[in-house]
Write a protein that binds this ligand. Sequence first.
Ligand SMILES: [Ca+2]
Length: 470
Amino acid sequence: MKNLLTKLVLASVALAILANPGSAIEKPNVVLIFIDDMGYGDIGPFGNKVNRTPNLDRMAREGNVLRQFYVANTACTPSRSALMTGTYAHRIGMDGRVVFPGEKRGLNPKEITLAELLKTRGYATGCFGKWHLGDQRPFLPLAQGFDEYFGIPYSNDMWPGNKRGNPLTNRGPYTPLPVLRQNDPVAYVSDGADQSLLCEVVTDEAIEFIRARQKQPFFLYVPHAYVHLPRFARPKIFEKAARDVNRSNVEEVDTSVGRLLGTLRELDLAENTLVIFTSDNGGAAGMSMGPLRGGKGGPKYEGHMREPTICWWPRTIPAGVATDEIAVTTDILPTLARLTGASVPNDRTIDGKDVLDVLLGKPGAKSPHELHYYEVDGIRRGPWKLVRVRRRVELYNLDDDIGEKNNIAAKHPELVAELSKLLAQHAERIAADTRPAAFVENAKPIISEPGDLPRLRDFLGMPNVRAAAK
Ligand SMILES: [Ca+2]
């Protein structure tokens, strides 16, 4: 009898391995840390010599550094739309400008998000940080597959402190920036001191989630509001970072990563958890793109879309590996589907591809992206990159010219023609197969004035916090 039981157990383990070739663990936890506006060169593993990032350095030493990992878009809302759905923002009506407070548009609830995908496999799902896929209730995280949410619904510069005002109200003043728990405001970000707490409070909440959900598989999405402008820091952190507020923000992010990974180790979950660290678009002002050209927004040079990315999963991902294979945020959805045994939606076009072996640092793993597209404005094949900048096209060989300094389009007219044609076909394929964003009637901001809501630092019981600003 005992033998039979052993055989049955072994057989079921073997089946689990067969079903999930990426891992012997049937339903690993997934933690996705998504930084806002951090550049390719902002952290130690990507060459930064000024910012102190010991936790990310360790994550890299223990994991896989992805040197050619791309976002699908160059701004917050479209980049997050693509991440959540595995689909180009262009295809699902979420391209163009970001969503503003009180806007009627949001990520269509009919889209299948990462959280909804993993819920089909019994995962607990939590989102802690900046959402930015629509602030109306049908678009908030709880309506998009997340069991739990805490954070700000859009960017931290969409507040009364931003004198440019809200484009939706002819540049009238922004309404107060709420902090939500689940669907409801529980506090507001009143000033720089409150801003200086945003990274830490989100980390606290994410750690609470891990502790509460440690017995079941969980998907934890941590889209930090940091290092998006405006940047503030608490004096102690500011001093430690040589009175550099940009560096302070990067180092707060590093501390957050250290606390999250530390919690996984402490609870003995590290060997059962895939952690992915990356950023949503190129670095904003004050951030570093390292050797790359570009930054947040604008044309599609490497610095606009290539992100500092690390995958970590002790004993499954070999320690201290790195890869130059191309992977994209749109790949996360099909990749997590394979990892967890979920099904990629087959009733609609999903743009991403399975890159599990690349993320896991498997020896010899190859990118499925023979062609890689930069939205609809650029294309890459091997070292060759063609990018459309306004009305002209530029050609670079990234092996020779990672900084995209020498446009050699004039020397290679046939290659330019060929890549231009492939790029045009890509844009046509998307245009022929789109799905709409969703819109609500009578959209309005979540709060129009603070009312009785506490300031964030009062809500947290830290009334004496002060901020240092640049
Ligand atoms: Ca961003």
